[in-house]
Design a protein around this ligand. Sequence first.
Ligand code: ZN
Length: 171
Amino acid sequence: MAVVDAFWSSHWDDHFTGTYQSPHVFGAYVAGSPEAPRCGDEAAAPGNAFYCPPGDFIAWDVTLMRDGHAQGDSWVYLVVAHEWAHAVQRRVSGLRAVAAELQADCLAGATLFGSDDLVFEEGDGEELAQALTALADETPWTRSEDHGDAAQRTTAFSNGGSGGVDACLPR
Ligand SMILES: [Zn+2]
């Protein structure tokens, strides 16, 4: 969260007007528990991570993160950067591309590869590709009609990683 927030704080002015405001972070929830957040009328789903526009917050099922983290720490960065990108989409009118989920993957790539605070370790690239593939295939977070298939997601993420935020903006 600190890495992603720092990226947008320092690079907001490079791309957008206005003042950057961080979204709220609800953080981890246990699906079905009374403490789990609601977004409007909707209960937080199991195995999901999401950005809630009305509440302007980000939240994730602790199980999604725990299972993902067991496969590599990059997973956690990817999920946070992706959901944060949805908050960015909401803040900038006209930003959101038609394929909003792929744009969020692209922005996540731009964030993580553009961060001054992250040092990539051997194997992180592989972990990220596997996380995008797993998320595209398996979890409700990424039914492929919502988020694109694994190849589309990996391509979008890499485009952001190599081309930065500009590569993710509508032309
Ligand atoms: Zn998304």
